[in-house]
Design a protein around this ligand. Structure first.
Ligand SMILES: [Zn+2]
Length: 199
């Protein structure tokens, strides 16, 4: 999957301005799909997700992440290329939980995306470290000890547009407006694990 195609992910909560992800970036295995979402779903949304049940998350995100998945991974682009068609077919099957289309009677995009959202929620719950204790470190860890994600510095204060863009790319984590002396210095943008420098 190509990294540069992922920018569109910020269009999550609104339906306007959706751009379709290139077919070669469409995941065909659940592992690929989870990895994509781990790296591109905003931390804030993950934090909200783990406060909900899987069903609540799927219904809350029906028009958000669910619609993004339907637009990008199910409807995608119209192409006659057999490789492209095959990729979308594999992705649809994965989203529907591996059930063949005839088993589901007819493939239902709403049902498949919501089934997948519940599975993604399980995945988030399995590694969520949003409330885990802060880990004390000498210096910024390169990789998260919890999930292996790329750890980023936490920036405090009113975020500038540049900071928000950097946060979208996972290069920094926004720590909010309150500058507190004991807030974390680093955070994993994937699972939320916090790190504080030994003082
Ligand atoms: Zn992590």
């Amino acid at each position: 999957m190509k990294e540069k195609e992922f920018d569109q992910f910020e269009e999550f909560d609104e339906s306007e301005g959706f751009e379709v992800v290139a077919p070669e970036c469409v995941p065909v295995t659940e592992t690929e799909a989870f990895e994509y979402l781990d790296n591109h779903v905003p931390l804030e949304l993950k934090r909200e997700a783990v406060q909900m049940t899987g069903k609540e998350f799927a219904s809350d995100q029906h028009f958000g992440l669910g619609m993004w998945i339907r637009n990008n991974w199910i409807y995608g682009v119209d192409s006659d290329d057999p490789d492209v068609k095959q990729r979308y077919r594999q992705c649809r099957d994965m989203l529907a939980g591996g059930k063949a289309e005839d088993e589901l009677m007819m493939f239902n995009a709403d049902m498949a995306s919501s089934d997948f959202l519940e599975r993604y929620h399980d995945h988030l719950m399995s590694f969520a470290a949003f409330d885990a204790p802060v880990i004390s470190v000498r210096r910024k860890p390169v990789k998260c000890r919890h999930c292996g994600g790329k750890v980023a510095p936490v920036l405090y204060g009113e975020p500038s547009p540049e900071m928000m863009e950097a946060a979208d790319r996972g290069e920094v984590v926004l720590g909010g407006c309150c500058i507190s002396a004991d807030g974390p210095d680093y955070q994993c943008p994937v699972c939320g694990q916090r790190y504080a420098k030994d003082r």
